[in-house]
Design a protein around this ligand. Sequence first.
Ligand SMILES: C[S@@+](CC[C@H](N)C(=O)[O-])C[C@H]1O[C@@H](n2cnc3c(N)ncnc32)[C@H](O)[C@@H]1O
Length: 208
Amino acid sequence: MTVEEYILSHSDPEGELLATLSRDANVNLLRPRMLSGHLQGRILKMFCRMLSPKRVLEIGTYTGYATLCLAEGLAEDGRVDTIEINDEMEDFIRKYLDQSPLSEKIRLHIGDAMEIIPGLQETYDLVFIDADKRLYTNYYDLVFPLIRPGGIILADNTLWDGKVVEETIASDKQTQGILAFNEKIKNDERVEKVILPLRDGLTIIWKK
Ligand SMILES: C[S@@+](CC[C@H](N)C(=O)[O-])C[C@H]1O[C@@H](n2cnc3c(N)ncnc32)[C@H](O)[C@@H]1O
């Protein structure tokens, strides 16, 4: 048994719907590794359990896996807004949202987060940034005014497969995007932050 198997066998199961979604993605989608998966999904749910948020925003839906995990931990009258730019994912996402008892708590926006966020008339308790790595600083700047003081931003993939400590290749815009984001967060005195070495790196940011 590996340590990861041990962790998963001693943590909550992901449940039948998410396991089916995950299998479906692995068989039928091109980049199934992008979805959060069992361990990170349970951690996202646990963050929500601890914060009991009324309003959550996810930037980058992909399959809806993390969306459903975030929705599991919402406050009673809570809601998740999730934004996905790739309209070809809509049928896949809706297929699973529709099977969930939490579907009424989820609002799916198809389009570019850079265009949709300015039109959201909400104050968020929790934001999960998990879309285009080249645009992380842009998402952050756009969403920051919508987050309440004491609210949390989670940013995924902030260690980017260890590339953050390797020599950067000039053409690798994704690594450059993550490096710029990490630098910006480090120097932002409006927030407290820590990088959790979970999976591909998950930064936890607390707005003062
Ligand atoms: C890593 S996946 C998201 C995984 C999902 N959050 C999860 O944890 O299961 C990133 C997604 O962001 C989407 N995306 C990229 N740029 C975007 C943008 N500007 N606005 C909205 N979605 C975007 C991609 O199409 C892709 O489906």
